[in-house]
Every structure is written in C-alpha cells, then in structure tokens.
Design a protein around this ligand. Sequence first.
Ligand code: DP6
Length: 324
Amino acid sequence: MACPNIALIKYWGKRDERLVLPTADSLSMTLDVFSTTTTVELSPAASGDQVTLNGTEMADEPYRRVTAFLDLVRQKAGRFEAAVVDTHNTVPTGAGLASSASGFAALALAASAVYGLKLDDTELSRLARRGSGSASRSVFGGFAVWRAGQGTGDEAESSSYAEAVPTPDLDVAMVIAVVDAGPKSVSSRAAMRRTVDTSPLYWPWVESSRADLVDIRAALERGDLTAVGEIAERNALGMHATMLTARPAVRYMSPATLAVLDRVIQLRRDGILAYATMDAGPNVKVLCRSSDAQKVERALREGTSQTFIAHPGPGAFLRSGDSR
Ligand code: DP6
C-alpha cells in the first residue's frame, strides 16, 4: 500500500533517463488519500507477466513500464518467474489524479518482497525511483526529500534516493481542486524532457529551486507554514514558466486553473493561509491550515468538478501476512 505525494519543491527534469536521475533535489508531502494497493504473486508456469489495474488488464506502454520494472526487480533478485500483479487505486476514477508515485512505490514494495529482496527504506526508495521518479518519495510518510545524488553510473544510482524530513507537528492540510479530469495532452515524462532540451528558463529555475529547497527545509523546521506555502507556490509557478517557454510550449494550466489561483489570492486577502501548487495537469492543490481546510474547500468548490481534503499520510507499507 502506498499513497501519492505532492511536491512542494518540484522534480522537473532528468539528467539520466534510464536511471531516472533528476537534475535537482525535490521535496514533497505524502497524502492520506488516494492510496494504491498492489498484490504481486509469482506465476512460474506463465510465459509473461499479467497486470491488472482496477480489474482491467493493462496493455501497451503502461503494461511495458510495469514489466520493465519487474525485470529490474528480477535481475536484482536473480530470479526469473513471471508475476501476476493486481493493482487497485482508491482515487475516484476519472478525477485526473491517477498517480505513478503511489503506483510504483506500492509495486516496488510488493514485488521486492515477493522476489525475496530484503530492502531497507533507502534501497526501496532507490528501486521505486526507477519506476517513476516521484515514487521514490512515496516510500516515506509526511514530508520527504529526494536527493538528486551525484556522479554517473553506479555512484549516481546509489546516491539518489528519498528520505524523511522530520518536522514539528504541523497543522497542515492540502485541498485538491479538480478542474479538469481529462487525459493530459503531453505526458509529464515527455514534457520534462522537452523542457530540459529547449526552455531557456530551465537552468535558471533549477538554480532557484535549489535555493527554494534550502529555504523550505528551514521553514518546515521552524513550523512556518506561511513561508512553506510561499516557497512552494513560487517553485510551482516557476516550473510552469519553464514549460511555457519550452519549444513548442507545454501548457497544463487552463482558464479554470487560473480561476482557482485567483480564488487562492482572494483567500489570502481574507486572511486565510492558502498557497497553490500544480503538477503536470490543470488541477490545483492548495496548502492550508488543517483548521481552515473546510473553509478553503468551500471557497474552491465553484468552478471545479470535485474537491478533496488531504493531510500528511503514511509511507508505503506491507499488509500483514507478507514479509519484508
Ligand atoms: C510535475 O515522477 O511522474 O509531478 O520520473 O518520468 O515517471 P517520471 O515522472 P513523474 O514526474 C512528476 C513530476 C511532477 C513534480 C513532482 O512530483 O515532483
């Protein structure tokens, strides 16, 4: 079982596509909603893996991504059996919130256990990273930082993983405003590649993101949610600026996204702590105090198709009966 995470300092851009090594560190909050539960069983007699998602057999690219990941696990374990993978997402279908982070964190944990790999959290995070970069952070509950690591090859492979960020007790929530549930026009993987390759704003943003990370860690440590929100919002807007200046441009924000951002500004004018972040899609996640979450949710309901309130959630875990 694993939950999605929302980055406050974004991962946007790889320095190594095959090993899924990012250009910079990122930092996220794992949520307590939309969990993914994945069961993996060995199927020695089968000629290939069988993968179902919410009861439907997976095919094409999503299937290939899962089998490539299982190949990596098998290679590490020195075993060759095929597997039957059954995944259930609790994210409401069609909400446009499906997450590769919870998916690959849950798969990394279940598959490594079934193939007999005994991994600690650091090793598990490294493995989950190979499925999807952001999955490295969903291994941990609460706040987590994913280190870009250094060097190339083996040194890089082993130095890039996430770890928990200890914080004082924070009165924090995240309101998720779904404005458009449709499929993305460009996958995040393709969009980040295009941004790195063509945006003149990309490297300046990476530099400011590195400074943002230092600042947000200090803000988290002193429990300063206003500063956390300010830094997260500017980091996300900066990431979107890099995409808007890619060639051709990638624009995930829609008029409805901007309308939600306006409402967030209005909430602040009304004295409520509220800061927005957006990923590779039009939906908006708003960081606020837990005690204000319902007020924020009500304010965001108009013009959005669904809203959800989330809090810091748990790291990936195996259900009883399994061994790790
Ligand atoms: C915008 O982790 O989905 O959500 O490593 O190519 O699978 P791949 O990308 P993925 O990218 C997430 C990008 C983001 C920002 C973030 O979560 O940090």
